[in-house]
Write a protein that binds this ligand. Structure first.
Ligand SMILES: C[S@@+](CC[C@H](N)C(=O)[O-])C[C@H]1O[C@@H](n2cnc3c(N)ncnc32)[C@H](O)[C@@H]1O
Length: 241
């Protein structure tokens, strides 16, 4: 049994099994219960974990993509049910899992990671998300090329060093009209990606930064939270014509 417990102060715990211990005390979770109380009197809401809970609580392998960037990628690519997507590098599998959740059982996400130990973490996370039939995680260095046939892929997502070196191969595997998203932490790298996309004849090339500000509602007044993500990465989108 896997459950999410949310305390009255909003702290979230992923619980495996019927008993849970924290500094809030011991909690016994009854089958089907919507709430539980610890032996110290703290109350928790009890929920089945959803995709966001899994994303927040999953083991990490290296740095991982933020929801603001994954949401932008899904929206700007227009990924839908049944699509075939190639994703690299996998890291802990955050983007691969969100892609898999959208393409569903009739689609496929082939995600590639060069570090076997990271791939193992990602496979575990894909399984926890219940997407092992949709998302496959392969170990390879995509700078040496992709395994997919010519024109066989609807979308490609790249989040790795030197992504610009893979773009000729990306063009080969993408179908005509297919789209690519590339994530770069540094603007110099986004510029190299942009130049290579132009050289290779991609169209609808656009680089953006997604900036979000969470609002804080307090007794004194309302304003953006003072602590926030300053920068994550630049997103470049393009289309094969
Ligand atoms: C920033 S992480 C990816 C995060 C991931 N996209 C996510 O959704 O959380 C970059 C990953 O790319 C992998 N990587 C770097 N170069 C690679 C290559 N040439 N082929 C495959 N994987 C690569 C790294 O090992 C690392 O795990």
């Amino acid at each position: 049994m896997k459950k999410i417990l949310i305390s009255e102060k909003g702290r979230k715990f992923l619980v495996k099994g019927a008993e849970f211990h924290s500094n809030h005390g011991r909690v016994d979770i009854e089958e089907g219960a919507e709430s539980a109380r610890s032996h110290l009197g703290h109350r928790f809401a009890v929920l089945d974990p959803d995709l966001i809970d899994i994303y927040e609580k999953m083991p990490r392998a290296g740095s991982y993509m933020l929801k603001k960037d994954m949401g932008m990628i899904l929206g700007c690519l227009g990924v839908g049910t049944g699509a075939v997507v190639v994703d690299a590098g996998t890291g802990s599998g955050a983007l691969a899992i969100f892609l898999g959740n959208v393409v569903g059982a009739s689609g496929k996400v082939y995600s590639y990671e060069r570090k076997p130990e990271f791939a193992a973490v990602a496979r575990g996370n894909v399984k926890t998300a219940g997407l092992e039939d949709v998302v496959s995680v392969g170990v390879c260095d995509v700078l040496e090329g992709f395994r997919e046939d010519n024109g066989s892929v609807d979308f490609v997502t790249l989040d790795l060093n030197e992504a610009w070196k893979t773009l000729e191969e990306v063009k080969r595997i993408l179908r005509r009209g297919g789209r690519i998203a590339i994530y770069n932490p540094y603007i110099e790298h986004a510029r190299l990606v942009h130049s290579r996309l132009v050289e290779l004849g991609f169209m609808e090339i656009q680089t953006i930064e997604s900036v979000t500000r969470e609002m804080e509602f307090r007794a004194q007044g309302t304003r953006p939270k003072t602590s926030r993500v300053g920068h994550s990465g630049y997103l470049t989108f393009a289309r094969k014509v």
